[in-house]
Design a protein around this ligand. Structure first.
Ligand code: SF4
Length: 63
């Protein structure tokens, strides 16, 4: 995604199984490589993780 990924848009590199298709590859964005997942971020289900992301996107939305 050379122009960046807008908030709320699914990454084109996310597989149907919600895995990163670029994991371990040099073309994976540095920000993704540096991110360290936490229990708070991931929750216990995909739904909880998506809710956390939605809250984060609202909290960091530009005015
Ligand atoms: S880790 Fe980065 S490149 Fe991989 S699917 Fe997630 S946002 Fe996309």
């Amino acid at each position: 995604m050379p122009d960046g990924k807008p908030a709320g848009v699914r990454c084109i590199h996310l597989t149907d199984e919600n895995l990163c298709a670029l994991f371990g590859r040099p073309e994976r964005p540095a920000v993704c490589d540096r991110l360290r997942a936490s229990i708070e971020m991931c929750g216990t289900s995909a739904e909880e993780a998506l809710a956390y992301l939605a809250d984060l996107e609202i909290a960091t939305r530009q005015a």
